[in-house]
Design a protein around this ligand. Structure first.
Ligand SMILES: [Zn+2]
Ligand SMILES: [Zn+2]
Length: 407
């Protein structure tokens, strides 16, 4: 099922047509050549040896032809590669390696159809991907290393890294979800939790540098009710009667680690997404309260002991072996999950206290309780996916919440 999705994405141009025996023989040879490319990528992936040659090398082999139309912004002079060109080359290299890694999860059938379409259509009508896979598997180009070099030149010339960035991201996500460990105890709930965890790892934004704070701290530090509101939208962090509980969760107060300012998370996310007004003068995103630089800064890591634990977790190990996802990205997903856990937990406690005081209408309290209960159950399921003992997780979460600048 999922395989079909991915097939639509990449091979929509492929039509089933009867193939001759000669065509099949050629296809078999190409499949073998493709396997040798994968071996090469797998073996050298973590090595220091650069897998694909430099721009200079590609140029000296006559493989690089400048196509200004693909790079209207770039200064392209292959004789003296500019910074821009070197950067484009770096992006093309990463794109190609990730692409080859991802595509090895597509079945043999995909490639049989792809190669058939290459062999049975005219060169001028080939799509970018057909060109790429022709180069990767064509004997006349040479050994695996040379074929990889030619493919690199094609990716760079065609600006594939930009043109197909989204397609690669979608494929990576698909591979990530597909490659999660399966066992006989895998239930639909576990699969759903894994998918959420995967999306969070790719999608974490302000969670990487802002951590959830305790509501009691917000209340204690506030000198008036006015200070218990998000400084951007002016909505209360803890007023269940005027805000929906979903909104309280979304705009839960987080502390920016670089300066200590506390802001509702939804508002901070929106602020970070808003394009810079005057990028020439102020090229960075800053804290909306104090203008401390945020974007371009290295966000603090989760504690070392936790990082170590995570690196050796069975789940993370599997994910890393099978996809391009880095420990760093897993960390981001964990940070986001921790923020959401704290938000749900703290709001639950606040609700309980308000209930005891009789400060809330019955139906309001009941509805909020139900939403928080479901949220907590979902988050618990997601935490289990990481396969980290509760005590280790909680210790790391407390350290993460405490660390960084105080307001
Ligand atoms: Zn807000
Ligand atoms: Zn600030």
């Amino acid at each position: 099922m999922a395989e079909a999705d991915s097939e639509d994405m990449w091979f929509s141009f492929v039509r089933d047509a009867p193939a001759t025996a000669t065509v099949y023989q050629t296809i078999r040879a190409r499949l073998q050549n493709l396997a040798s490319i994968r071996d090469l990528v797998r073996k050298t992936k973590n090595g220091d040896q650069p897998l694909i040659s430099t721009v200079e090398e590609v140029i000296s082999h006559g493989l690089f032809v400048v196509k200004q139309t693909q790079f209207p912004q770039l200064q392209l002079d292959p004789a003296t590669p500019s910074e821009d060109l070197l950067l484009a080359a770096q992006e093309a290299r990463i794109w190609l390696l990730k692409m080859i890694t991802c595509q090895s999860y597509l079945g043999r059938g995909h490639f049989i159809r792809l190669f058939r379409s290459i062999l049975e259509s005219e060169t001028q009508k080939w799509s970018d991907l057909q060109h790429l896979y022709y180069a990767l598997t064509e004997d006349e180009v040479g050994e695996a290393t040379q074929r990889l070099r030619a493919a690199f030149a094609i990716c760079l010339q065609g600006n594939f890294a930009n043109k197909y960035a989204m397609d690669l991201a979608r494929t990576e996500q698909f591979v990530f979800l597909e490659s999660l460990p399966h066992s006989s105890q895998t239930t639909p709930a576990i699969i759903a939790a894994r998918q959420k965890v995967a999306l969070k790892a790719i999608d974490a934004t302000v969670d990487t540098f802002a951590c959830a704070v305790s509501l009691q701290d917000v209340i204690k530090q506030a000198t008036s009710k006015e200070e218990q509101v998000c400084p951007i939208c002016r909505e209360s962090y803890l007023d269940f009667s005027t805000n929906k509980v979903e909104d309280l969760i979304a705009d839960y107060p987080v502390r920016i680690k670089f300066c200590g300012h506390v802001i509702g998370k939804a508002c901070l996310e929106e602020w970070m997404d808003t394009p810079l007004k005057d990028p020439a003068r102020y090229p960075y995103k800053t804290c909306p309260m104090c203008r401390t630089q945020i974007s371009g800064m290295d966000p603090p890591d989760l504690p070392e002991h936790f990082m170590h634990r995570l690196e050796h977790s069975r789940f993370v190990k599997r994910v890393r072996e099978t996809t391009g996802l880095q420990v760093k990205e897993c960390m981001d997903g964990v940070k986001r999950l921790m923020n959401e856990e704290v938000a749900a937990m703290e709001l639950e406690m606040e609700l309980e206290m308000l209930n005891e005081e009789g400060a809330l209408a019955r139906d309001v309290a009941k509805e909020a309780e139900e939403v928080l209960k479901t949220t907590s159950t979902d988050l618990k399921g997601e935490r289990e996916v990481w396969m980290i003992p509760d005590i280790v997780w909680m210790r790391a979460r407390n350290e993460w919440m405490d660390e960084g600048a105080e307001e």
